[in-house]
Design a protein around this ligand. Structure first.
Ligand SMILES: NC(=O)c1ccc[n+]([C@@H]2O[C@H](COP(=O)([O-])OP(=O)(O)OC[C@H]3O[C@@H](n4cnc5c(N)ncnc54)[C@H](O)[C@@H]3O)[C@@H](O)[C@H]2O)c1
Length: 262
């Protein structure tokens, strides 16, 4: 029998994935399950999305726990981590995918949109990372923290200055975590996608003209699939990435490298 070594390397690890009811988080949960990882599917949504992901994880032979949580709510995040550890035993990997992006021109950004964006995309990442890192540090077995940032962290995008600000903040948070948590054997890295085909971008990309304009800016000529991003999360969670920490990895089809060039 041929053994697939790649799929053995993460076997029996436990991953907590926020925003796993949809898009990139969903793809990460399914990719992890295919590599033998048990998953905690954390999401604010109360529809069938998270449970459907859990069912697909179970069909791949792995355990799945669904937790309904608003990552912006610290008490709810702490309760989520307690429940995850009580029911799944431990957390080896955290992937923060929960995110919101409400397009508004800078002069018209509403206070509630600013608060929501910073609350979920910045404070929500801090809440999850700190509480899971405390668990990992106390356990003493290391861990992997992977934060979904965005190319919006390093360049301006129209009607997204609040989102860009939150994403830039989490890149620095990742560097700080990598610096301070290395002593505990915990790595922290950021993945920055460009355009990814998910419900997050669906409305925008549904317009054929806008889609063509977007694709024209991507040297690889296409929008990413959620699986393109999930494969990178699998790498960062694996022993292959043991010495990768504090990195900010663009997975953008060279969007940023090509921006502004003719
Ligand atoms: N899709 C893209 O083009 C793209 C590009 C760059 C970065 N990203 C980032 O990737 C991450 C995932 O995005 P996606 O495209 O999969 O989006 P998505 O909308 O498909 O999924 C995001 C998930 O996060 C959940 N969520 C939202 N607010 C939450 C909260 N307060 N608490 C818990 N869960 C919450 C949603 O319910 C949803 O299931 C986000 O952080 C986003 O900023 C996406």
């Amino acid at each position: 029998m041929q053994v697939d070594l790649a799929s053995q390397k993460l076997r029996d690890q436990v991953a907590l994935i926020t925003g796993a009811g949809s898009g990139i988080g969903r793809a990460v949960a399914l990719a992890f399950a295919a590599h033998g990882v048990d998953t905690i599917i954390a999401d604010v949504r109360r529809d069938e999305g998270p449970e459907q992901v859990a069912e697909l994880v179970r069909r791949r032979g792995r355990r799945a726990l669904v937790v309904q949580v608003d990552v912006a709510d610290r008490a709810a995040v702490d309760a989520m981590v307690r429940e995850a550890v009580a029911k799944m035993g431990r957390i080896d990997i955290l992937v923060t995918c929960a995110g919101v992006n409400v397009y508004q021109p800078f002069l018209e950004i509403e206070q509630r949109v600013w608060d929501l964006t910073i609350g979920v995309d910045q404070t929500g990442v801090f809440n999850c990372c700190q509480e899971v890192a405390r668990h990992m540090a106390a356990r003493g077995s290391g861990g992997k923290i992977i934060v979904l940032a965005s190319v919006s962290a390093e360049d301006a995008f129209r009607n997204q200055s609040h989102y860009c600000a939150a994403k830039a903040a989490v890149i620095k948070l990742v560097e700080g975590m990598a610096y301070e948590l290395g002593a505990y054997g915990i790595t922290a890295n950021a993945i920055s996608p460009g355009w990814v085909e998910t419900p997050f971008t669906a409305d925008y990309l549904a317009d054929p003209d806008l889609r063509r304009q977007v694709e024209a800016t991507i040297p690889l000529g296409r929008v990413a699939t959620p699986a393109d991003i999930a494969r990178v999360a699998v790498f960062l969670a694996s022993p292959e990435a043991a010495y990768v920490s504090g990195a900010h990895l663009r997975v953008d089809g060279a969007l940023i490298a090509g921006r502004g060039k003719t």
